[in-house]
Design a protein around this ligand. Structure first.
Ligand SMILES: Nc1ncnc2c1ncn2[C@@H]1O[C@H](COP(=O)(O)OP(=O)(O)OP(=O)(O)O)[C@@H](O)[C@H]1O
Length: 326
């Protein structure tokens, strides 16, 4: 559907109704719900992931990330609600979407007695995009991309957790995908492996692939994602562009002072929220501005060495969002 206003020969312009030029999301859910007996694992989640986004799915342990991801891919049946994956209904039309979706989810079904390479060759044999193509070449390329080429002939069961993760990632990346879903991809990886996953996500993003990645690591989401969805106790409590989410945190002032405790006391009296972080004071500037803060500190006899504005980090916003909820 064209998103532009077309001038017709008669000179009238056809202006699309608001929202018509919004491209269809790569995936969306409506009132998606999963219960296990009396446990509500996922509670009426309406998630929308724009095409080309890298969405970080955040949430504490047990908040429903894996269950949501499994329902997105048709691996777990929802108790209620619906999923659309690349425009196809899940589970009814999952088969139409799956060739364009690469996924790394818990417990990929690799054969323990086969080598990493042979396992990937088995996966490749089931990829429609590789029918009649250079399957061995595709497997070698995927192994190299995840840094596993040197261990390709070893049996899967001898792999470390990190190597297993890498093989799962290689299987997800065997052919170019429209959407890649990664559940805790850095689980078990060393810092070098974590950096490689970041690089791979950045590469996918640059190629226009939509990525959904679940993580506990806020710093990782902050570094790699364009969008975030925050789950808490099965409920989606925030979603949207990461930039917007970060802006919602409001400005902070970082102040290096002669005495943190006296500084905190002065700010408490001013009614301004502040805490010590990294040896300096992090002051929330919601109802006040920097000069007032600095003046209050100076009045209280606290030496101010340096002050600079900063944004609230994802960690602070996440803590505020999830505070007090269960
Ligand atoms: N097969 C199952 N049977 C019963 N309860 C389940 C099952 N799978 C998940 N749950 C429960 O559903 C809730 C959500 O679990 P889920 O694994 O989706 O969370 P998560 O956010 O992925 O957690 P983690 O970060 O620890 O992997 C938890 O309370 C969990 O115990």
């Amino acid at each position: 559907m064209s998103g532009t206003a077309d001038a017709t020969e008669a000179g009238t312009a056809t202006v699309p109704a608001s929202g018509w030029d919004e491209p269809e999301p790569a995936l969306c859910t409506s009132a998606l719900r999963k219960t296990y007996g009396g446990t509500v694992a996922v509670a009426d989640v309406d998630l929308s992931v724009p095409r080309g986004a890298v969405l970080g799915m955040l949430g504490p342990n047990g908040s429903g990330k894996t269950t949501t991801i499994r329902m997105l891919l048709g691996l777990t049946e929802p108790t209620a609600g619906s999923v659309e994956l690349l425009g196809h209904r899940v589970p009814e039309q999952t088969g139409r979407a799956l060739p364009f979706v690469g996924a790394l989810v818990e417990g990929p079904g690799f054969h323990p007695f086969l080598s990493g390479r042979r396992n990937l060759l088995r996966c490749a044999a089931m990829e429609p995009a590789l029918f009649g193509a250079d399957v061995r070449g595709a497997v070698q390329q995927a192994l190299e991309r995840v840094g596993l080429a040197g261990a390709a002939e070893r049996r899967y069961r001898s792999y470390s957790l990190g190597m297993k993760q890498r093989l799962g990632l290689a299987a997800a990346l065997l052919v170019p995908r429209e959407l890649v879903v990664l559940d805790e991809p850095t689980n078990g990886l060393d810092p070098a492996g974590t950096r490689e996953v970041r690089r791979i996500i950045a590469e996918l993003h640059a190629n226009g692939t939509t990525v959904v990645v679940s993580s506990h690591l806020l710093s990782e989401v902050e570094a790699t994602c364009t969008h975030a969805a925050v789950l808490q106790g099965g409920t989606l409590i925030a979603q949207g562009e990461l930039k917007t989410l970060l802006e919602s945190g409001g400005p902070n002032l970082l102040v290096s002072v002669s005495d943190n405790e006296s500084g905190l006391e002065a700010l408490r009296q001013l009614g301004v929220p502040a805490r010590v972080e990294g040896g300096e004071l992090r002051v929330e500037l919601s109802g006040t501005d920097s000069p007032e803060v600095i003046a209050a500190l100076v009045r209280a006899g606290v030496g101010v060495y340096e002050a600079r504005r900063d944004r609230a980090g994802l960690e602070e916003i996440f803590a505020r969002l999830t505070e007090g909820e269960t």
